[in-house]
Design a protein around this ligand. Sequence first.
Ligand SMILES: NC(=O)c1ccc[n+]([C@@H]2O[C@H](COP(=O)([O-])OP(=O)(O)OC[C@H]3O[C@@H](n4cnc5c(N)ncnc54)[C@H](OP(=O)(O)O)[C@@H]3O)[C@@H](O)[C@H]2O)c1
Length: 308
Amino acid sequence: MSTTTIPSFKLNTGADIPAIGLGTWQSKPGEVREAVKVALETGYRHLDCAWAYKNEAEVGQGIKDSGVPRSEIFITTKIFVSNYYPDRLEKSLDESLSLLGVDYVDLLLLHWPIALRPNAADDFIPLKPDGTRDTNLDLDINREVYPLLEAVYKKGKARAIGVSNWSVPKLEDLLTVCKVKPAVNQVELHPYLPQPKLVAFCQSNDILVQAYSPLGSSGSPVREDEEVVKIAKKHGVDAGTVLISFAVKRDIVVLPKSVTASRIKANLALVDLDAEDMKTLLGLSDVRGVTRYTKGAWGVKFGFEDGF
Ligand SMILES: NC(=O)c1ccc[n+]([C@@H]2O[C@H](COP(=O)([O-])OP(=O)(O)OC[C@H]3O[C@@H](n4cnc5c(N)ncnc54)[C@H](OP(=O)(O)O)[C@@H]3O)[C@@H](O)[C@H]2O)c1
């Protein structure tokens, strides 16, 4: 038996955040407007967006089409790594706000703990002549970029701020220098990448964890895993419901992406996994191997438990 009442968690700002949000990465033009409308009509009140997804205008149209008041929706966007500069960060947020058709976001994240050097030819993913990403390793993200995020937070354009893809060492360092504690760390999480130490660190420091690629992203075997399917059959639910419920049971916000109406609806269901299910799912990466699906060709290590 599954339920479709969406629980919520609290941010360290005191704000409520729905435990399930619609992911919008790789949601193509011509698809995401309808996906957002369907999601909001179905009961979602949380959208995970990013400037880098290049689809925020359509997300904004979907919000309008749904007729759901802005005040009822929790909206996240992210500052991309080529916009980590004093003359670019707030502009990037303003562009996202304008595309989404809103005058504030509920949560603003730094997308990755690394910067790129924008140039005249490319200000999105600029490359060096050898074809690798033009990373700016001289920029100290926690000391030079995070304060820019704190400044837009103080202006009220973002009601909470946080980070994405920060490992424990990067968070430890950030906590020594930040003035506004990050409310969230958004990272890849599913049974093949459960990251128990990172989750425990965040939760003991009152930083809410958000799970991206909770279904293993596109084309991964996580949804078809024999043990996941067995647990799904035991409860009479879809494998997707097991993966989404696995995150929520760990007090983690979960961000499944879909542009398929039936899956958008199905992904709102939760099932109460028991201790045995959780033990199996938490132990799955020991058997199958720890696997990360969303890496990005950054050419550096970020300090995660799996060596990434
Ligand atoms: N901060 C970051 O760096 C970062 C990185 C990656 C992702 N994210 C966020 O997290 C969100 C989710 O991650 P993700 O997009 O990588 O992957 P995901 O949500 O794990 O998986 C999405 C894939 O699963 C399919 N799917 C969705 N529901 C399904 C269901 N019930 N049964 C079977 N297949 C289903 C989708 O297909 P259809 O769409 O065709 O239905 C799509 O191919 C992103 O959209 C984004 O908002 C953030």
